[in-house]
Design a protein around this ligand. Structure first.
Ligand SMILES: [Zn+2]
Length: 479
């Protein structure tokens, strides 16, 4: 009897205390209801490891990025189901992925470089919840077509879009929209994205009418594979906002009906910087293809001038001012997508973080990180002003680490040299690595990511598998 007398008031006080400290969570559990985010935005720094963020923070003199203060901060693991490569010729050189080994990851650089993922397998895992073989776009190791988050969002009546700083048919955005045995089939992937998907917004580079410096190609265009082909791209531009039927490789194809009103919806093509700026506010077209006037990347692939080298600090070569930055594209995309009262799903990729890291360009890595960080700030600003953290779930993560970026030696910390000075840092690879990447989340349901983090890294702490990122979103968005 004594026990009951002691326990009862104590547990009662605990209940009251809990009610006051976590009223939302308690109510949600009591009624059996899960948080249901109206909008979900995933921002992916391609190849962005912990040290990529830290190095740019040191240079820019910022103690923490806004996403580093989000309530959920975990690590994410990204090995593929099958590593190696699956080539254009259909020849497999694949082997089973080996999983993550926290001891090897902190002692053995050779292990970190083996059996790594690439952006297509990674995007497929992030978009479908299924790990697959390297180079696969939305296809499983058994050859099955997987349902991606764009399709999922469209099936439940939401709008959907993809935005990137590299070609829109490149692995990361493609993995969220398309299905192809191999990522290098750019033309097929672009055609699927433009003609067979119900995406409301597609924004990214690949514009064959311009080179990497934004110079118009008056005589002969660049290879138009990233936008389908030159005939399709010409028809899209000429029929912007009106045309719904296209001759593609000798066949007539019709665009999809993105809002299920029974009519196919034409793409409005936006390509100049003013056009992107105009999208940020006010009334927008229903469906937008944004293809900036540059070939492969917004800025990273522009030529080096003024004696710039791979080891130079950022901003040596002037930026191309005729293309939008990632924040402008993100704001424009959101302004189109938020026309739907049922909400939207959007991915925004800082795609050239990976490209700068592959090229071991210290300064350009910081430029790309700055562009990505500013895009996150723009999204956070939109959430606080035009939506709310009760309505929008924002996830900031990476698909893998690129460049094995460390301080003076492997596993040594990046050295802060002060604001405006390149930190002491070195790339120990030109490829992807097994190093864990960060996952930050804020908004309805974000706390549930902790439940997936049932594995532990000796340095980064609890981590999830990247394939679990969309699994939670599908759980919160029942069909
Ligand atoms: Zn890469």
């Amino acid at each position: 009897m004594n026990r009951i007398h002691c326990y009862f008031p104590a547990s009662l006080w605990l209940c009251i205390a809990l009610l006051f400290s976590f009223p939302d969570q308690l109510f949600a559990q009591k009624s059996g209801e899960l948080p249901r985010p109206k909008n979900v935005i995933i921002m992916i720094g391609d190849g962005m490891g912990y040290n990529h963020i830290l190095a740019s923070n040191y240079y820019l003199g910022i103690s923490k990025q806004v996403y580093e203060t989000f309530p959920v901060r975990l690590a994410s693991c990204h090995y593929p189901a099958k590593a190696g490569s699956y080539g254009d010729n259909g020849k497999e050189k694949l082997r089973w992925g080996t999983g993550y080994n926290t001891v090897a990851a902190w002692t053995d650089t050779a292990w970190l470089k083996r059996n790594v993922t690439e952006s297509a397998a990674s995007a497929t895992a992030l978009a479908t919840g299924v790990k697959t073989y390297n180079n696969a776009i939305g296809i499983s190791i058994h050859g099955d077509t997987l349902v991606n988050l764009v399709q999922w969002a469209k099936q439940i009546g939401k709008s959907a879009g993809v935005v990137t700083s590299v070609p829109f048919s490149h692995a990361t955005p493609a993995g969220f929209v398309a299905h192809n045995a191999t990522r290098t089939h750019y033309s097929q992937i672009a055609c699927e994205m433009l003609l067979d998907s119900r995406c409301d917004v597609i924004m990214g580079c690949g514009n064959p009418m311009f080179d990497n410096n934004g110079k118009p190609q008056t005589g002969r265009w660049k290879d138009a594979k990233f936008v389908g082909d030159s005939a399709l791209f010409s028809q899209l531009i000429a029929g912007s906002g009106t045309r719904t039927e296209f001759a593609v490789k000798g066949k007539m194809k019709r665009v999809q009906d993105c809002d299920r009103d029974g009519k196919p919806d034409a793409w409005t093509v936006v390509s100049d910087a003013d056009g992107f700026r105009a999208l940020m506010a006010g009334k927008t077209p229903k469906r937008v293809l944004g293809c900036p006037q540059v070939y492969e990347t917004l800025q990273q692939a522009r030529k080096m001038e003024n004696g710039e080298s791979r080891n130079s600090p950022p901003f040596i070569t002037p930026h191309n001012s005729r293309v939008p930055d990632l924040s402008t594209m993100a704001k424009g995309a959101i302004n189109v997508l938020d026309n739907n009262p049922a909400g939207f799903f959007l991915i925004i990729e800082g795609g050239a973080i990976d490209w700068a890291a592959h090229d071991n360009q210290k300064g350009r890595l910081i430029e790309e990180m700055k562009d990505f960080n500013e895009a996150v700030l723009a999204v956070v600003d939109w959430v606080t002003k035009n939506s709310s953290w009760k309505e929008t779930l924002l996830v900031v993560t990476a698909d893998h680490e690129t460049g094995l970026l460390w301080g003076g030696g492997p596993f040594l910390p990046i050295e802060n040299s002060g604001t405006g000075k390149l930190p002491g840092m070195k790339f120990f690879s030109g490829e992807h690595t097994q190093s864990l990447v960060p996952l930050f989340a804020k908004g309805p349901g974000c706390e549930l990511y902790r439940r997936y983090a049932d594995e532990q890294d000796s340095v980064r702490g609890p981590f999830i598998q990247q394939s679990e990122i969309p699994q939670l979103i599908e759980f919160l968005w029942p069909k």
